[in-house]
Design a protein around this ligand. Structure first.
Ligand SMILES: [Zn+2]
Length: 479
């Protein structure tokens, strides 16, 4: 009993307690979280008063806490607290050119401090840095989330984002995929600023043949159904799902396709009002069913949608998190701010209407069995979408849209792991899985906003109590 009291006293300190209670060998764990309520994100069950032991980066045991004592290098008091798997942000960006490498790197700290222990990088121009950070964090040089990355995006000739691989012919697509495989990327991200419909579908086909996952935006000259049938693994944002919910999808797609050779090519935003006006519940049900059947996931990114739509009336001057966003990254916000200012009141109002509609798709997709993935789209150029905090806001919005808190949590834990094909290793709290965990002072199943009440983050088997997280944050604060 004495030992337990001693260990309690050390609950927030990373001290080595080499006390042996028994004469026989006593296991010394790296981390022990005692008397905690474990949240099972698969079943939604709460398991109160558990002890979770961690060694060598993995969860060792989860047992009912008894009077037994546990020796640990780091002891975490879980009394009155809730343990969830570390969160996944399934859509982030590291980008902006070499002068922004150090600024981007700071976001790793912000993710971790907000309970995000894994991110999926959805393409950028800092691929060598992303791989280096990943290696250095894996080696324990510094703290931060695990990273899955697409490397550079695939797009058409004259692509919008620097660093994209520009493809048009099947041979160019093959070469681009060769280069991505040489980089050993985790999946392929396709962007649609310039890619042709034919090259888009061919990229999915070739990637599929190589066993590479594909996700992306989509040219409005093809239908989502075509992409889903080719094997697209996830559709990013809801613009493309939404187009497929139009009762006139085929004729609108043909309209876009026929305009491409003319002096007035139509893009996504030109036809969105028509898509909106022709929304059909039957078409929506059809595409959701098809997505579920082909296991095509959706990444709704509701929070960025809302934040950008509200840019004209919200200047974010008082955001406390701005102090942690490098001035060089804040400078990249200017581009979206300028385009927001150019919006007519009518366009602005349409943006708001569209968001409401997008939100209504979320529970429908969930009910149809479409896998939903929580992603923030945080990164340079995406104004005021702060790394870490924006994923928390995304979860809150998924619940506002109609998901249960459990379903929202799944979209940011087990579903991310399943999507990346690593669910046997991570994504839930179970023996043998990565010790990537978040300790909360409130029950997230009662109120999803409780994911903001972080008492500790356990990442790669190391515990970071709130005070340590605050210290890490201080290190990236702007001077
Ligand atoms: Zn993005």
């Amino acid at each position: 009993m004495k030992l337990r009291l001693l260990l309690f006293g050390l609950s927030t300190a990373a001290l080595l307690t080499n006390c042996a209670r028994r004469p026989t060998k006593l296991k010394i764990y790296d981390v022990v979280i005692n008397h905690v309520t474990v949240v099972d994100v698969e079943s939604g069950q709460l398991r109160p008063n558990q002890v979770v032991t961690v060694s060598r980066g993995k969860i060792v045991e989860i047992e009912p806490a008894d009077q037994d004592s546990y020796a640990a290098k780091q002891y975490v008091n879980g009394n009155g607290r809730y343990l969830i798997p570390g969160l996944w942000d399934m859509h982030v960006h590291f980008r902006g050119g070499d002068s922004l490498i150090a600024a981007n790197k700071k976001s790793l700290t912000l993710f971790l401090a907000h309970g995000i222990t894994t991110v999926r990088d959805a393409g950028g121009d800092l691929t060598p840095s992303v791989f280096r950070w990943r290696q250095e964090m894996d080696a324990g040089l510094y703290a931060g989330p695990r990273i899955f990355t697409s490397g550079p995006k695939i797009d058409g000739p004259g692509a919008y984002w620097p660093g994209s691989l520009e493809v048009e012919t099947p041979a160019q697509i093959s070469k681009a995929l060769d280069s991505l495989q040489r980089l050993r990327v985790d999946y392929v991200k396709i962007y649609d600023s310039r890619i042709s419909g034919a090259a888009y579908l061919e990229t999915i086909r070739q990637a599929q043949r190589r066993g590479l996952k594909t996700t992306g935006h989509m040219p409005y000259s093809v239908t989502l159904g075509e992409a889903v049938k080719r094997g697209l693994d996830a559709t990013e944002h809801l613009y493309y799902v939404f187009k497929a919910c139009s009762g006139k999808e085929d004729s609108l797609t043909a309209l876009v396709r026929n305009s491409l050779g003319t002096s007035k090519p139509l893009g996504l935003f030109a036809v969105l009002p028509a898509v909106y006006d022709t929304y059909s519940p039957a078409a929506a049900a059809r595409i959701f069913k098809l997505m579920a059947k082909h296991h095509t996931a959706a990444v709704p990114t509701l929070y960025i949608q809302k934040t950008l739509a509200e840019l004209p009336e919200n200047d974010h001057a008082q955001d406390t998190l701005r102090a942690y966003i490098d001035p060089k990254i804040q400078a990249t916000y200017a581009r979206r701010l300028a385009s927001a200012r150019q919006l007519s009141p009518a366009a602005s109002a349409f943006g708001q209407k569209l968001n409401t509609k997008f939100m209504s798709l979320v529970p429908q997709m969930q009910a149809a069995g479409v896998m939903l993935l929580a992603g923030s789209d945080s990164g340079p150029f995406n104004s005021f979408i702060y790394p870490g905090a924006s994923l928390q806001e995304e979860l809150i919005m998924l619940v506002q849209a109609g998901l249960t808190p459990l379903q929202a949590l799944q979209a940011a834990t087990i579903s991310g792991a399943k999507f990346m094909g690593v669910a046997s290793r991570t994504g839930t709290i179970a023996p043998g899985k990565y010790a990537d965990l978040v300790l909360l002072t409130g029950n997230p199943l009662e109120d999803i906003a409780n994911i903001k009440k972080i008492d500790a983050v356990i990442s790669r088997g190391k515990a970071y109590p709130a005070a340590s997280l605050a210290n890490l944050m201080r290190a990236v604060r702007n001077r």
